[in-house]
Design a protein around this ligand. Sequence first.
Ligand SMILES: Nc1ncnc2c1ncn2[C@@H]1O[C@H](COP(=O)(O)OP(=O)(O)OP(=O)(O)O)[C@@H](O)[C@H]1O
Ligand SMILES: [Mg+2]
Length: 342
Amino acid sequence: MTKTATPEPLLSIRNLGVVYSTSQGPVHAVSNISFDVHANEVFGIAGESGCGKSTLIRSLLRLLPDNGRMDAGLCQYKGQDLTAMSDEAFRKNILWQEISLVPQSAMASFNPVHRVGDQIIESILAHRDISRAEARERSAGLFDVVGLQSDLMNSYPHEFSGGMRQRAMIAMSLSLDPGLIIMDEPTTGLDVLVQERILRRIREIRAEIKSSIILITHDIAVIAEMSDRIAIMYGGEVMEQATAVDMFENPHHPYTLGLKNAFPSIRDIGSELISIPGSPPTLVGPLTSCPFAPRCPFNLDTCHQANPESINIGTSHQVRCIRTADAKQFRKLAREKSTWRS
Ligand SMILES: Nc1ncnc2c1ncn2[C@@H]1O[C@H](COP(=O)(O)OP(=O)(O)OP(=O)(O)O)[C@@H](O)[C@H]1O
Ligand SMILES: [Mg+2]
């Protein structure tokens, strides 16, 4: 699971925020996000529905809807400042070429009136000076990588099952040899066997290619299995960030503990599933307290009065909580159902 990360990050994000204008007021969907993605690593981002995962990556890729606005202290890819780049240069040189996306709704991402293979071929031809025959050969190779027969290139999207479309989208994301592939919920909505097959395929691809992957899912078990490092999001912020091993052996944030309880884990077979009572914050207006405080069984008055800064508790482990000194005790208490009673 672990590969040595290079010291110079591939992608560096500092203090990224996204605000949506709505009739209820500004929705702070993403706030104060900072992380690095290194070469040859899988960086997992997990969190409940609505915590801002898709907003975060859409802002990175300049795919926000018109009512969304991104702010970033720093957004660097291979040392290049992405925020200083024009939309035209970004679309020409970064999107797909350097950073590709398997979108959350991959089902709807192919144009229904064109053959799937042709759509991949066109995308290659738009960016590479090669012949159609070479692009076709490359597409067939990509179909092979994702485990689809090359004759399926002649099919239309509606002739594919959900799992096949998802794999074709992964083939598309690989088509220009990007340095970073972002996969937004690549297995959500698929049946368990298909999910398992796609995850296996992503693992195989990872062994074959040099690209890094940002893997987004609400499923903490999938993240644990696939990632080198993990960020846990809640209320638009990263609550905890650590290596996968550290996150599972030495978790500190009460939300991480709650999220772990709520999902079946391959590492804790037989452990009881306990859900976190309550619901996520609405995010209208900026955060003035810890977003998790209302649902946190370990909250103090101060948790409701100020939003804590992220603190380092190890070389590559950060936690946004003022009670990290009590984490050992919380880990024990978090396994008891009575702790999470609303
Ligand atoms: N266009 C929009 N306008 C206003 N609010 C939005 C818009 N898109 C998303 N939001 C809000 O922003 C927050 C984050 O949404 P987002 O889709 O990024 O979450 P997510 O973590 O990807 O959720 P899921 O797991 O369901 O995909 C939510 O509160 C959502 O309602
Ligand atoms: Mg999403």
